[in-house]
Design a binder for this molecule. Structure first.
Ligand SMILES: Cc1cc2nc3c(=O)[nH]c(=O)nc-3n(C[C@H](O)[C@H](O)[C@H](O)COP(=O)(O)O)c2cc1C
Length: 190
């Protein structure tokens, strides 16, 4: 049976804010969740070989040990997916961007495996303010959702989280994540 929620930590920093946010969300949701860390999935970056245009829906990089397809499968089958990511130079970290680029196979063939599914994000950065801090990451995530046929919904944006335990030590940020997670859990099982 597919778990109703798919949670993905997009940071390469093990045990940092993204990993903590994923575990906090999992605990708060009280519904079955599958969790993954993109940096542990061996996702190789797109090399623009063109195979996905010639053999629709395939990718020449799919191979044992490369987790890109499994991540897309997980996201396309769960009613709700949440990508938890720090901002790196106004975008997602390279490991996450490498995975997103592998969605080119869906764009190329027009298959929409995530139709009827919802995806959103928890995004944060070290900066204390800046209305454009999340713009790059959000635009890319929204476009990936579109390629998979998924519905993108408003993410949670948090400022001022830098050190690996900053989230854990911020009662206010934790409360916002818990309430975001609770509302997503309701949506996932409704
Ligand atoms: C390479 C790199 C680039 C970063 N770029 C930004 C940035 O553009 N804006 C920002 O606010 N924080 C930036 N940060 C800070 C991270 O977003 C912040 O430390 C975050 O809390 C890390 O999350 P994690 O603990 O899950 O890895 C950057 C950090 C790194 C390592």
């Amino acid at each position: 049976m597919t778990a109703p929620v798919f949670l993905v930590s997009c940071s390469p920093r093990r045990g940092g804010n993204s990993d903590f946010a994923v575990s906090l969300m999992r605990r708060s949701m009280k519904v079955p969740c599958v969790t993954r860390r993109i940096a542990d999935e061996g996702v190789r970056p797109c090399v623009s070989c063109g195979q996905c245009f010639v053999r629709p829906g395939t990718c020449s990089l799919d191979a044992p040990g490369d987790g890109a397809k499994a991540l897309f499968d997980g996201m396309s089958s769960a009613p709700v997916s949440v990508l938890v990511s720090p901002v790196y130079f106004y975008h997602v970290p390279a490991q996450a961007k490498a995975w997103i680029d592998r969605a080119q196979r869906f764009w190329a063939c027009g298959d929409k495996p995530g139709q009827g599914r919802t995806v959103t994000a928890v995004l944060f950065g070290a900066r204390l303010r800046g209305e454009k801090l999340f713009e790059g990451a959000e635009r890319t995530l929204r476009y990936m959702a579109m390629a998979l046929g998924m519905t993108w919904t408003e993410p949670l944006r948090l400022y001022g989280l830098d050190g690996p335990r900053d989230l854990e030590n911020s009662a206010e940020a934790c409360a916002r994540i818990v309430s975001f997670a609770e509302s997503l859990a309701e949506r996932a099982v409704s």
